[in-house]
Design a protein around this ligand. Structure first.
Ligand SMILES: Cc1cc2nc3c(=O)[nH]c(=O)nc-3n(C[C@H](O)[C@H](O)[C@H](O)COP(=O)(O)O)c2cc1C
Length: 508
């Protein structure tokens, strides 16, 4: 950090939560007896049973004996769409049974399989279901009424009456439960909660599209108002994204209005006092208030373009639309635990990069909050037709620019805490950002946007890799400063997320 200026809390938090070879040994081991449940346990005598609407039979956990689900004959057809959207966004897609307990794996990956992201629906005017807030009960795939009443006007108001709320019947609210991830990852959990939530969002946009709906993710809102409305205790959990679901044929370009005026949170200057919990400090300092300041839209990125004679490789293959296959990809998806170390084809990589980054390019609806601020690098270990080394990917041009050639496997192995995944991957995709600059634009809120967006893109990489039959895994455990050195980035740039791509062992 530049010693001549006071760092914002976003920069302070990032610095505080960096892993380094010295700090790693100091982190306490998680207490296995205190491991939090990866979902809230909801019980309702009359839940909405969502299982019958799934496109396959045999979901293992249905209603319990004392439950009388609402009569499906009286429910709107829209409930079927909601069932499938919830399932393919964050439902249970795998169970691992051990003699002592069973582990549930979900549609979206999650750091440490801790699943800190909860899904709540705000519903209105759906036949057979009370207007109100409904929790998604994960293990038995049910909707459980939490609060009755018409919450949509209040929710819309906390998003400054964004036009995409007009007339909607369903809004998805994604919130992070701090302790679920903090239990293992301590203060750095906040980064992973944002990344995880970005992954969930990455599924949601496809799951909604499958049902003829457009998901419109909005990460800028009046936090205190929304938390109060939902009766959430900010010390425990916080809403991170709100997503109105509109009929796809009813999306106006006005829905994209948010990009015209960017609201920002404060840019705090003093670090929180010693006693303050860092997660609460960053979450609060990145909160917006009702009369949040409006900033100019961000400048285009001002990255140095590198040497004029830098080697440029235009990528050729593209991968436009995988929507027909999305449900099958999600149920088949698992993070790769081990790569063989063999190379992958550049054509596959071209397609994965194209899908992940160009899909999220501004169209009628923007999925990302801070897209121009994210820089994309590739460390190529073994890709047929591409020199090993460090590259930058320019999504608009679908082009790679060589920064430095050479075998980086030993270095990236160490920089990812000695995880063999990094060494044996064919390549690593790394997102980073000029954090001080991003904070100048969005205030401390930038910290949320940069990590949510990186998680969203990480999920697109995951989906495209599964489509191309490549192995893939997120990597959020790394030595930050070593990565700045590998990528030749200034010390104040934040490395937000890494995705490892490669040849999986056949059993994966
Ligand atoms: C944000 C994020 C960070 C992750 N970091 C790592 C990591 O550093 N090392 C690793 O082996 N797996 C990592 N994973 C993969 C998770 O361990 C995996 O998603 C989780 O165990 C659930 O399994 P599944 O993805 O196969 O459903 C990460 C996943 C996410 C979403």
């Amino acid at each position: 950090m530049d010693p001549r200026r006071n760092p914002s809390i976003a920069e302070w938090f990032h610095e505080e939560t960096k892993y380094s070879p010295q700090s790693m040994g100091l982190l306490p081991r998680p207490d296995v007896d205190q491991r939090p449940l990866p979902y809230k346990e909801w019980h309702a005598s009359e839940p909405v049973d969502l299982v019958p609407y799934l496109p396959f039979p045999g979901f293992p956990l249905g209603p319990s004996e004392d439950q009388r689900p609402l009569d499906s004959a009286l429910l709107s057809e829209f409930v079927g769409a909601l069932s499938r959207i919830l399932y393919f966004t964050g439902g249970v897609t795998g169970i691992q049974q051990s003699p002592e307990e069973s582990w549930l794996f979900r549609a979206a990956p999650s750091a440490g399989a801790l699943y800190p992201t909860d899904i709540t629906l705000a519903l209105r005017g759906i036949r057979g279901i009370e207007d109100g807030l409904h929790a998604y009960s994960v293990p038995n795939h049910q909707l459980v009424s939490v609060l009755e009443g018409d919450f949509l006007p209040g929710i819309a108001s906390s998003f400054w009456d964004h036009p995409s709320f007009d007339g909607v019947q369903a809004v998805v609210l994604l919130s992070g439960v701090w302790q679920r991830s903090r239990w293992r990852y301590h203060d750095r959990a906040y980064r992973r909660i944002l990344l995880d939530t970005g992954h969930v969002l990455g599924n949601l946009v496809h799951a909604a599209q499958q049902e003829g709906l457009q998901a419109i993710p909005l990460a800028g809102f009046d936090d205190p108002a929304l938390q109060k409305l939902m009766f959430l205790d900010s010390e425990q959990e916080g809403v991170l994204v709100g997503v109105p679901l509109r009929r796809a044929d009813d999306v106006s370009t006005a829905a994209d209005g948010l990009v015209a005026a960017v609201k920002r949170s404060s840019r705090s200057t003093a670090p929180p006092d010693f006693e303050t919990d860092p997660i609460l400090a960053i979450h609060e300092s990145s909160s917006m208030i009702h009369d949040a300041e409006v900033a100019l839209p961000p400048d285009p990125p001002t990255w140095a373009e590198g040497a004029a004679d830098a080697r440029v490789v235009p990528l050729v293959e593209t991968l436009g639309d995988i929507s027909n296959e999305f449900p099958r990809i999600v149920v088949r998806r698992r993070s790769t635990r081990q790569f063989t170390g063999a190379s992958v084809n550049r054509r596959d990589l071209d397609r994965v990069l194209d899908f992940a980054h160009r899909y999220a390019t501004p169209g009628p609806v923007r999925y990302l909050s801070a897209r121009p601020a994210l820089q994309i690098h590739l460390v190529v270990n073994r890709v047929k037709g591409l020199e090993p080394g460090v590259w930058r990917y320019l999504p608009d041009e679908h082009q790679l620019r060589l920064i430095r050639s050479g075998d980086e496997r030993r270095r990236v192995h160490g920089a990812c805490l000695g995880q063999e995944l990094a060494r044996d991957a064919a390549c690593l995709v790394v997102y980073s950002a000029d954090l001080p600059h991003a904070v100048e634009v969005w205030g401390d809120r930038a910290y949320r946007y940069l990590h949510l967006d990186a998680g969203f893109l990480g999920q697109q990489l995951n989906l495209a890799c599964i489509h191309q039959e490549l192995g893939v895994s997120g990597v959020a455990g790394f030595f930050d400063d070593t990565w700045n050195e590998i990528l030749e980035l200034p010390a104040d740039h934040a490395i937000t997320y890494i995705t490892a791509i490669g040849d999986p062992f056949a059993s994966e």
